[in-house]
Ligand binder design. Structure first.
Ligand code: GN1
Ligand code: MG
Length: 351
């Protein structure tokens, strides 16, 4: 999906005013590199001091029920506040009318978060220390939420990790070929079809009931951890939009998928898994979760990772064949390059 970054300052100022009182508008700059939402860091002067916030447009084509997204986030943040969690909680700010979401003239949904000064979210490939710190933070998140009633959360993207359903969508796109790209994509389609046994294995495991339903983050990449500029310690787990009921395999798997490769997920060059980073992820995550995860979960963390990589390949390939309707793309073949990258990663993680 090609979304215009609508950085109209007047519009952003008006929106910010609905959340905040301020004396002077400083600026708004596009922030981060998410594939779904549009984020701005806005600066305002309040009582003579410059203060920064994040103003974010929630993509309501992807999140069809924005209110449910905010309810999930708020209930998880409130719960975390009462736990021995050890990390900062970046909760959304209520607007002056008491609502967490504000709509603009075109019907878009906006929300605001505090901006943590002197922090950064890693870009590019994280090193071993960053991976270990992040894995501990995601592990602590799972630990602090282990008794939260997962079934009380809304499934904000229905079927997000429903492997059978994603596979059906893929087969359907193959069949209909809406963008006329199937013929030129044969090699990638064949590689995808060859990955099916891994999907079947995890699908059977999920249906067997051996994996408890847990609160899962569902986007456990380096960019969703805020680090302290100076100490490089993890301070906060952010982006709780996809917090949903799920299995621990997807959160550990998405860490492996995003941290362990030696290149970004859209690098056109051959990608390889870094064993030292993989070890650091396991060490960090299990330090926090080892005491409460069931053995069926621990034993399947690595096969689960191969599945998550395969599923991401499936999602990018499906979007390419569908004509780029879901992910933001920065050039015409972006989704195909992403799909190839994830297929290569799948191959190296399934070896
Ligand atoms: C999307 O926008 P971002 O980068 O936080 C996607 C994830 C994918 C990721 C791949 C809601 O996340 O599931 O793994 O792109 N989020 C949604 O880069 O679909
Ligand atoms: Mg995200």
């Amino acid at each position: 999906m090609v979304i215009m970054m609508n950085g109209d300052n007047d519009e952003l100022t008006t929106l910010a005013r609905r959340f905040l009182g301020f004396d002077r508008w400083i600026d708004a700059v596009a922030f981060g590199n998410g594939n779904i939402n549009d984020t701005y860091r806005v600066g305002v002067e309040q009582g003579g001091v410059s203060v920064y916030y994040l103003l974010q447009r929630l993509n309501h084509h992807v999140f069809r029920d924005p209110e449910a997204v905010m309810r999930n986030i708020v209930s998880v943040c409130n719960y975390l506040l009462q736990q021995d969690y050890g990390y900062r909680i970046v909760a959304p700010l209520a607007a002056r009318d008491g609502h967490f979401l504000q709509r603009d003239a075109s019907g878009n949904y906006w929300r605001m978060f505090p901006f943590l000064d002197n922090t950064y979210a890693p870009e590019g490939q994280a090193d071993v220390d960053i991976a270990y710190e992040a894995a501990r933070a995601y592990g602590a998140f799972a630990r602090a939420l282990r008794d939260f009633p997962a079934e009380s959360l809304s499934e904000t993207i229905p079927g997000f990790h429903d492997t059978d359903r994603r596979w059906d969508v893929f087969l359907n796109v193959l069949d209909e070929d809406p963008a006329g790209r199937v013929n030129a994509t044969q090699a990638e389609i064949e590689a995808m079809l060859a990955a099916k046994p891994v999907f079947d294995r995890i699908s059977r495991l999920k249906k067997s009931g051996a994996l408890p339903l847990r609160v899962t983050h569902n986007d456990t990449k380096a960019g969703n951890i805020l680090f302290d500029n100076r100490s490089h310690r993890a301070l906060a787990v952010i982006d709780l939009d996809t917090v949903m009921p799920g299995t621990v395999l997807s959160d550990f798997g998405d860490m492996v998928r995003t941290f362990a490769p030696d290149r970004r997920e859209d690098a056109p060059e051959e990608v390889r898994l870094r064993e030292d980073v993989l070890d650091a992820l396991q060490r960090g995550f299990l330090e926090e979760t080892g005491a409460f995860l069931l053995s069926a979960e621990k034993e399947n963390l690595i096969p689960g990772a191969a599945w998550v990589v395969g599923e991401q390949a499936l999602r990018f390939l499906t979007d390419w064949l569908a004509g780029d309707v879901y992910y933001k793309i920065r050039y015409p073949e972006h989704n195909l390059v992403r799909a190839r990258n994830q297929l290569a990663l799948f191959k190296s993680s399934d070896e």
